[in-house]
Design a protein around this ligand. Structure first.
Ligand code: C2E
Ligand code: CA
Ligand code: CA
Length: 270
């Protein structure tokens, strides 16, 4: 039974791996954007760009399934480059169209992070498009520091000197030691949604989230909670002084044009 299942899985992976190599040229990739709001003012302050794959035959495939494939077959590099260019271009377009500038966050996988000349490539893209680096944020996971922490710190220093912001994604789920956190040039911690989910009923999650927020504050870091789906979660996070909120409570990730409508409506109503 297991053998059959495993064979099916690897056959699917092989098929997806092959299809993914044509996804860019076939225009099957799209970036969705999810709003990030200031907890107190409810002002829109940013958006996270999230990749979507509209597969010709299979329909929409989750990034949780195809990003690991792209990481293992190397396609994450050309795809990652396309993501960065698309997001930077979009952020610039929104500013030109008169929207109040926000910070747009891009997920960077560990493979991409160690790509040679990533900082130089991003600076070049920002210059080509004419976007101030202050409007771009790279979301990194704690995992980037695992194999070679000093190299990771050097790359982060380089990015920081170029004015590019960095946040730590899924904070609390990795294995990075707190001593690294001190050396990372990040400005924001994203509290993982696994801690937010049961925050209303689970005392451990309450304690963990409270601790992360307080620790971040003492280190001078901004906190954002992800996966916020209801008012109860929001109220606890606000009470604890969590700076920013992202989640279905405000909006799911949506296509760029829907995000524009969201902003128009949103700005009108406040
Ligand atoms: P992530 O970076 O932790 O992204 C957050 C995930 O939570 C997204 O799933 C988002 O749609 C989902 N989410 C947002 N708000 C809520 C909520 O209130 N409730 C629940 N239950 N979920 C919520 P998504 O879009 O399926 O992405 C999954 C993962 O795939 C991401 O996790 C990230 O690791 C990866 N990924 C997505 N886009 C990219 C990309 O452009 N580049 C890279 N390298 N990885 C990406
Ligand atoms: Ca993320
Ligand atoms: Ca996350």
């Amino acid at each position: 039974f297991f053998t059959t299942k495993m064979q099916e899985d690897s056959a699917r992976n092989l098929k997806l791996s092959n299809d993914l190599s044509h996804a860019l040229e076939k225009n099957e990739l799209e970036l969705f954007y999810q709003p990030q709001l200031n907890t107190k003012s409810e002002k829109l302050i940013g958006a996270e760009a999230l990749l979507r794959w509209h597969h010709g035959k299979e329909g929409m495939i989750s990034p949780a399934e195809f990003i690991p494939i792209a990481e293992s077959n190397g396609l994450i590099l050309p795809i990652g480059e396309w993501i960065l260019r698309t997001v930077i271009t979009q952020a610039k377009k929104w500013i030109e169209e008169g929207f109040e500038p926000i910070i747009v966050a891009v997920n960077i996988s560990a493979v991409q992070f160690r790509q040679k000349d990533l900082p130089q490539m991003i600076t070049q893209m920002l210059q080509d498009v004419g976007l101030d680096p202050m409007y771009l944020e790279l979301e990194l996971t704690e995992g980037i520091a695992m194999s070679n922490p000093q190299q990771a710190i050097d790359i982060m220093d380089d990015l920081h000197e170029r004015g590019i912001r960095m946040s730590i994604d899924d904070f609390g789920t990795g294995y990075s030691s707190l001593s690294y956190l001190k050396k990372f040039k990040t400005y924001k911690l994203k509290i993982d949604q696994s801690f937010v989910r049961d925050i209303e009923i689970d005392d451990d999650d309450k304690a963990i989230v409270k601790t992360i927020i307080n620790m971040a504050k003492s280190l001078g870091l901004v906190t954002i909670a992800e996966g916020v789906e209801n008012i109860g979660q929001l109220e606890y996070l606000e009470e604890q002084g969590c700076d920013e909120i992202q989640g279905y409570y405000y909006s799911r990730p949506i296509p760029a044009n829907a995000f524009e409508r969201y902003r128009e409506e949103y700005q009108k109503n406040r």
